[in-house]
Ligand binder design. Structure first.
Ligand SMILES: [Zn+2]
Length: 347
């Protein structure tokens, strides 16, 4: 690797960044789960030591991932206070990657089933956002993932809870979960109600399902951003619409390679085709701890594999800042800080 490459990689790390598609539970560290297992006296099959847990975190398939997520990670949370550890892991992740603004999904449904109080959970999220800003100068906002997995009634309930328990840092809702079993039309009224109440609305679409899912997210849910959206590559009309409206796509390459639904090799990922066509491409990590790739790693991967050059990656960084829900002034300020670092590197 030439020194030019090395200095660009250093720049990727140093430049202040935004990230707009990541899940709070996907930021959890092995250390935290180990701590929770001990504190909560939990007994999981096959996990007798931290070493066993590290092995279990090393997932190689979607089935292993789902098993880890449901049977270990979510099952380790016994009381609302445990969520504080998630925030601590998030803070470390953001600092490590020099992310100075993040919009993070939080999925309350499983916790509500466990019996956690919504207002107590959002209090913890809000306190966490304030603490991170005070200690690190990083702004953190949340989007409540109303999840396709738990059905429409649950989503309506999540929205009711949010409207009854508003917090400054919780800015909207997102639709995540099993895309194939929860079509957008089932969530039309929830999304309309959220938008009528001035909440931001986003949806995962075109991650596991073809272009129709993206059309529906745009036309039926009126979302402002699309999570993933990679199946748009199959539909030229849709790509033209995404380009004309400049609807940001929250692209997470490693996550897509992991789920293997539409791409199995980075070289086949549509991110470059989207960018070349003039779509609004942003770069994100989705579940960094679980997929073993943090935001900085995603940029480095695309650079080292020759998918994008320096200028293009800086462009994507800028898109990500401007696709966020910061005010225009905050976006300009964030990007001015980034530009200072870029200028000091002479790229
Ligand atoms: Zn996601």
């Amino acid at each position: 690797m030439s020194s030019g490459n090395n200095s660009f990689i250093k720049l990727i790390k140093e430049i202040p960044k935004a990230e707009i598609h990541l899940h709070l539970e996907g930021l959890i560290s092995v250390e935290t789960i180990w701590k929770l297992i001990q504190e909560n006296n939990l007994n999981f099959n096959g996990i007798k030591s931290k070493k066993d847990l590290v092995k279990r975190f090393n997932v190689n398939s979607l089935d292993e991932f789902i098993d880890l997520f449901i049977n270990i990670i979510q099952a380790s949370f016994i009381k609302e206070q445990d969520i504080i550890y998630l925030i601590e892991d998030a803070q470390q992740y953001l600092e490590r990657n020099n992310i100075i603004h993040a919009e993070i999904f939080f999925a309350p449904s499983k916790f509500l089933q466990t019996g956690f109080s919504f207002s107590r959970m959002v209090d913890i999220l809000e306190a966490g956002s304030i603490k991170i800003q005070e200690e690190s100068g990083i702004t953190v906002n949340y989007l409540i993932d109303v999840s396709r997995t738990f059905g429409n009634e649950n989503a309506e309930n999540n929205l009711d809870l949010l409207l009854n328990n508003p917090r400054r840092s919780i800015i909207g809702i997102g639709l995540g979960g099993a895309e194939s079993s929860g079509p957008a039309e089932d969530y039309q009224t929830v999304f309309k109600r959220a938008a009528d109440n001035k909440l931001k609305v986003v949806a995962h679409a075109g991650e596991d399902v073809g272009p129709k899912s993206i059309w529906d997210a745009i036309n039926l849910l009126n979302v402002q951003r699309i999570g993933h959206g990679i199946s748009a590559i199959q539909d030229e009309k849709l790509m033209t619409l995404l380009k004309n409206r400049q609807i940001p796509l929250e692209i997470c390459p490693t996550s897509n390679l992991f789920t293997k639904k539409f791409v199995t090799k980075l070289e086949d990922h549509p991110i470059k085709a989207f960018y070349d066509m003039g779509l609004n491409v942003t770069l994100n990590s989705d579940d960094p701890t679980l997929f073993g790739s943090e935001l900085v790693d995603e940029y480095i991967l695309l650079f080292n594999k020759g998918i994008f050059n320096e200028k293009e990656l800086l462009d994507i960084m800028k898109n990500t800042v401007y696709a966020s829900y910061l005010t225009e002034k905050q976006k300009d300020n964030l990007w001015a800080e980034a530009q200072k670092v870029i200028d000091s590197y002479n790229i």
